[in-house]
Design a protein around this ligand. Structure first.
Ligand SMILES: Cc1ncc(COP(=O)(O)O)c(C=O)c1O
Length: 357
């Protein structure tokens, strides 16, 4: 007899991308930023280390919330920090969804949403995207209307495309909460800083952001939510008291306070992304116009899994992804390729060309 809850026995558990621990890899599989974080981060962490690590961190994350609130032009009580935006997603599930209530999300998309819904004991349904990654709003509307929580990444992963605000408004559930997962929001052609929260739908909307991507802090684990204080105050009740530690708070605050550094890296990544897209097209890959720090690439003639394996044998990691039961019951496969430095990108392309000869 199992000692676990049936929901836990039933699930596979989320499988994150590979993190090789030896050197020499061109690592383009988990959408990390190839550039280091602001030098002010290391200085802030060093200062925090020499400070009072014997006491608990500030449970209100006051300085971080002040810096972020200024960025989003809201009061501090609109901000809730978390141990990565994945933790914010867990908090959202706990705060808003009773067992059996419905969580929906686009598919193909970020597969963690499904795992978190299972852990919560929630019902969940996929909102199937069209083959060109657009929405058939009339088809998904009945599901949206029954949803307690709708989670939509914008830009989407693995496709990297972005949906316009008009589309986003159509996806807000009339009796639930809408989560706009902007993990890649800083890479958009025109990034926004929460303006959508001030629309009519704003009172049932939560934006989530991460410092893992644009701020180069995946190793620190830090994300945050921005939403109306009525939503934030309820979410705060279900978080762990000290969910962000003294060192991660120092790092995240220094990173957010150095916007110039983040924007400089953003510019470099976008320039490399456009060059990478062009080179992939020259190799007869089909790509989606990306507004993120990765590219979704498919090839009509060569097995994606084979390309992934051959690249891995040469110490190049990309993400091979498989989405069974996409629209019309078809299986979608492809490669999600993170934008690295220019050198990493050139190295990847050289090896890819050799493999495809
Ligand atoms: C769409 C999306 N949301 C959230 C996350 C989680 O980010 P974090 O590192 O802050 O937990 C990721 C990470 O890859 C992601 O792709």
């Amino acid at each position: 007899m199992s000692l676990f809850r049936p929901d836990v026995d039933r699930i596979q558990g989320y499988v994150p991308g590979e993190q090789p621990q030896d050197d020499g890899w061109i690592k383009l599989n988990t959408n990390e930023n190839p550039y280091p974080p602001s030098p002010k981060v290391a200085a802030a962490v060093a200062e925090a280390c020499s400070g009072r690590l014997n006491v608990y961190p500030d449970p209100l994350a006051s300085r971080f919330r002040k810096a972020t609130a200024e960025l989003f032009n809201v009061d501090q009580d609109w901000i809730l920090p978390g141990n990565g935006s994945d933790e914010i997603l867990t908090i959202l599930n706990r705060a808003f969804v009773d067992p059996g209530e419905l969580i929906t999300f686009p598919y193909p998309s970020y597969t963690l949403y499904e795992t978190l819904a299972d852990i919560q004991g929630a019902a969940h349904e996929r909102l199937l995207l069209e083959p060109d990654w657009s929405w058939d709003i009339d088809r998904v509307r009945p599901q949206i209307e029954r949803s307690k929580l709708v989670l939509v990444p914008n830009p989407n992963s693995p496709s990297g495309n972005c949906w316009a605000d008009e589309t986003i408004h159509e996806l807000v559930p009339p009796n639930g909460v809408f989560v706009l997962d902007e993990a890649y929001g800083d890479f958009r052609a025109e990034p926004h800083q929460g303006e959508i929260l001030h629309s009519d739908d704003g009172r049932r909307m939560v934006i989530t952001r991460t410092l893992s991507k644009s701020y180069s802090l995946a190793g620190i684990r830090f994300g945050f939510a921005v939403a109306h204080p009525d939503l934030i105050s309820g979410m705060r009740k279900v978080k762990d008291s000290y969910n962000c530690n003294t060192l991660s708070l120092a790092a995240a605050t220094a990173a957010v306070e150095d916007q110039d550094w983040m924007l400089g890296n953003r510019r470099r990544i976008i320039a490399t992304r456009d060059r990478l897209t062009k080179s992939l097209c020259e190799l007869n890959f089909d790509t989606v116009d990306s507004e993120a720090n990765f590219i979704w690439a498919t090839h009509s003639e060569i097995s994606h899994q084979k390309i992934y394996e051959k690249l891995k044998a040469r110490k190049v990691l990309v993400r091979f992804m498989k989405f069974p039961e996409s629209l019309n019951d078809s299986e979608l496969t492809g490669l999600r390729i993170t934008v690295g430095t220019d050198d990493e990108t050139d190295g990847f392309l050289e090896i890819l060309r050799e493999i495809m000869e």
